[in-house]
Design a protein around this ligand. Sequence first.
Ligand SMILES: *Cc1c(COP(=O)(O)O)cnc(C)c1O
Length: 378
Amino acid sequence: MSAPRLEINLPKLHHNARTLVRRLAAQGIAVTGVSKATLGMLEIVHTWLGAGVGSIGESRIEAIEALVRSGITVPLLLVRSPMLSQVDRVVASASISCNTDIDVLNALAAAAKQQGRCHGVLLMVELGDLREGILPADLESVVQQILAMSNLQLMGIGTNLGCQHGIAPNVENMGDLSRLTTALEQRFHLTFPWCSGGNSANLPWLADGGDPARINHLRLGEALLLGREPLHRTAIPGLHTDAISLVAEVIEAKHKPSQPWGERGRTSFDGSPTAPRREGSSQRVQRALLALGEQDVDPAGLIPPQGTVIRGASSDHLVVESPGQPLAVGDEQRYQLSYSALLRAMTSPFVDRCFVDRCFVDHDVVDGSCIASSARWG
Ligand SMILES: *Cc1c(COP(=O)(O)O)cnc(C)c1O
C-alpha cells in the first residue's frame, strides 16, 4: 500500500455516530452529520446514515452535487452561506442552506421560483463568536421578509460558536437561542422545525447537564470523525479518537548531532514545530525523516505515536526523533490527526485513502480497498 495514506475505520465511525445519535436523541436532538472535512466522502456518509444520522451537511456546493449524483436522498444542508454566484446550483442540489444575507435570500427565492422548487432556509444568528450570523436585533425584520418570499421555507434559526473566537456554548448564549426561537414563533404564529444549537463545541455543555430547552438540532463533524470536542480537544467519553489515522513512511534514519550548526536564519515554514534548544549538542540522537509535509497535512495537528517526538516539518519532510524505538528506512508510522490535519490530508492530492476494516453496516465496503486520491468531482 502506498504512503502517505489515511486509514479510515468505518466500523469505528459507525460506533461514534450511533453513540452520539442515541445520546442526543435522548435529549430530543437530531444530528446533521457534517462531512466537509472528508470532502463528502460517500463511504462515510453511508456509514453515518446507517447509524441514524438524518441529514448531511457540507460547506461546498461541489460536494453536495456529488452526493446527489451518488444517489444520496436525505436532506443535504449547505452549512455556509451561498455565494450569490452559486444560488442556482444551491437551489438545484441542496435542500437547505444556512443564511445571513437578505440579498442572497432574495436570489435564492428567485432561483427557487424559476426552478419550481422549495428551498429550506436556516437563518444563522450571531451570538458572540463573530463568524456568520444576523445580530439578534435584526432577526425579526429578516424573518418577516423571508416569510413574504415564495418558494423558501424557513426551517428556523441556528447559531455557530467556537470556530472563530473559541466562544463556548453556555447557559446564556444557548438560552438566548431558545428564547429567540420562542419569541419569533409567537410573533409570527408558526412553529419552526429546527432550533439548531451549533456544532461539536456544544457537546461539553450538554454533557455537563446544559438544558437544551428549544434546541432540537446539532450539526456535527469533528465529534463524529475524531471523537473529540473542539474547544479543549478533549476526547468524548465512549467515542473512538482513532477512527481515522495517517500512515507515513520513513525515508531517512541516521544518528546526527542533536543541534544544528552554522549561521542561523529563518526556516522555510515559520510556525511549524521547531527544534527546542537543548544542552549537550555533541550528543548524537537518531533523527528520522518521513515522506510527509505541509503539502500533505498540517504538521502542527499531528499527534505522533508514543515515544516519537516531532522536531519539525517543511513542504515534504517530517523530522522526528524516536529514541525508544529506532526507525529504519521503509518503516511506517501511524499518526493521529487534529481536525485541521485531517482536512489538509483529505484535500491533498498526494494522500491516499484506505478502508482498514470490514464494515458491518448496510452497505458493502471491501477490506483494505484504496481510493485513488485524484479529484473525484471531475
Ligand atoms: C463545519 C461546521 C459545522 C461542524 O463543525 P464541527 O466542529 O466539525 O462539529 C457545523 N456548522 C457549521 C456552520 C459549520 O461550518
